[in-house]
Design a protein around this ligand. Structure first.
Ligand code: ARG
Length: 258
């Protein structure tokens, strides 16, 4: 690992030397050089515990959101940087300007719209119910009086808390932790978005997703309320990516069984 970094550094130093030789050894930077060398950063806050939208693969954060954000950054001539954090830190990071965008399979809700703006929708999701194969829970109404695992501050958390009260909810930092608790019979069900649900159910024996979804939702990119300039740019980029088929291509790469 270290070796590679050194190698890359050596190559870069060499090509920098060659470049400056070509450019007449100019040590002076003009304004254009500056902008091409350091493109403005597009800092994306996410929570990479949410396959196939964002997850870790060999030290890298990959998934639909990472690719959509990269495609947007490319269109805007910006440099994408991904910051992984707890899901409930994303909106505060966007509000404070620590991140320019929140991209996390995030559902547009009235309450969130008080604190952030959302771009146009780029994907859809559903909250679904995961139970063990032999569970008596067959319909959303059967969740009454049961212990339901959710990822903290997600819409699953919000809806279950609203519908069945705080005492029914067990909150976890990661969806995968809720799944482990279900496998260990610490809780009776998990409510989570349909696509991660597919991944978690396929990776773990003895689980199933109920056919009846709990709630249908739209995913969009969160931005600070005052950052309407970037909001407009992102919506234009998204419109182009929808139009030219890039968005569908990215989504179909990760979501096949449809
Ligand atoms: N769609 C749900 C919500 O907005 C869950 C999103 C969770 N995303 C994540 N990257 N963990 O609340």
């Amino acid at each position: 690992m270290k070796k590679n970094i050194l190698k890359i550094a050596a190559v870069c130093a060499m090509s920098a030397l060659m470049m400056s030789a070509l450019a007449g050894c100019g040590a002076t930077k003009d304004k254009n050089d500056e902008t091409t060398a350091s493109a403005e950063k597009l800092i994306m806050a996410t929570n990479a515990e949410f396959p196939p939208y964002e997850y870790h693969e060999n030290d890298k954060i990959v998934g639909i959101d990472a690719e959509v954000a990269q495609a947007i950054a490319d269109k805007l001539g910006m440099e994408l940087e991904i910051e992984d954090m707890a899901f409930d830190s994303i909106i505060p990071a966007v509000q404070s300007g620590k991140a320019s965008i929140g991209v996390a399979g995030m559902t547009v809700t009235e309450d969130r719209l008080v604190n952030v703006n959302f771009s146009d929708t780029y994907s859809h999701g559903k909250q679904v119910i995961i139970v063990k194969d032999d569970s008596p829970i067959a319909l959303p109404d059967d969740l009454k009086g049961k212990k339901v695992g959710v990822q903290t501050s997600t819409t699953g958390d919000i809806y279950i808390t609203d519908d069945y009260g705080d005492e029914s909810v067990e909150r976890y930092q990661k969806g995968a932790d809720a799944i482990q608790a279900l496998l260990q019979d610490k809780i009776d069900a998990v409510v989570i978005d349909s696509e991660p649900a597919k991944v978690f159910v396929s990776e773990n024996e003895g689980l199933k997703t109920l056919d009846t979804p709990y709630v249908e939702e739209d995913y969009a990119i969160a931005l600070a309320k005052d950052n309407t300039e970037l909001l407009d740019k992102i919506n234009s980029a998204l419109a182009e990516l929808k139009q030219d088929g890039t968005l569908d291509k990215i989504i179909n790469k990760y979501i096949t069984s449809k």
